[in-house]
Write a protein that binds this ligand. Structure first.
Ligand SMILES: N=c1c2ncn([C@@H]3O[C@H](COP(=O)(O)OP(=O)(O)OP(=O)(O)O)[C@@H](O)[C@H]3O)c2ncn1[C@@H]1O[C@H](COP(=O)(O)O)[C@@H](O)[C@H]1O
Length: 125
């Protein structure tokens, strides 16, 4: 059995930012030397296809009920989501900021606010 990786969050954990830096550095890289460079080389459809596949694998792992598999598949999904963000010129810090913005706001309130905003923008445009 694999040794479990420590689940304690490190203060100011910058794992996502460091991984995003590596991913960003792969733009224009050699597809024979780097998996990320190969994905960028293949383009938007290939990148988005991987996000979809990994999301499906997360669902299947959760159904299997093996916690280590689920953690591994979510890691694959997060990694490929970071590749997609980088492809579109975005950073994980922006996603984390969005999650921080939602902190303390109930999911139902957020949903109601979103509906109001959607109605306002459809009436305004
Ligand atoms: N975190 C990851 C990571 N997670 C998953 N993968 C790769 O993602 C690929 C896709 O996973 P799949 O389960 O779909 O496997 P597959 O069937 O081989 O993939 P396909 O051929 O179907 O695309 C595998 O080849 C994994 O090795 C990753 N590849 C790279 N990283 C990180 O990205 C950094 C840069 O990687 P390179 O660009 O390759 O140097 C690395 O140092 C790591 O930190």
């Amino acid at each position: 059995m694999n040794e479990p990786v420590s689940a304690s969050p490190a203060a100011g954990d910058d794992t996502l930012a460091r991984l995003a830096d590596v991913i960003d550095s792969r733009h224009g890289g050699d597809p024979d030397k780097s998996y990320v460079a190969r994905l960028f080389h293949k383009g938007t459809d290939a990148i988005l296809k991987k996000v979809g596949e990994e999301a499906t694998e997360v669902v299947m792992a959760a159904k299997d009920g093996v916690p280590e598999r689920l953690v591994g598949e979510v890691a694959d999904l997060w990694f490929h989501s970071l590749v997609a963000l980088s492809h579109f010129g975005l950073r994980p810090e922006q996603v984390l900021a969005e999650l921080r913005r939602r902190e303390g706001l109930s999911g139902l309130e957020e949903f109601a606010l979103r509906k109001v905003r959607q109605r306002e923008s459809s009436e305004g445009g």
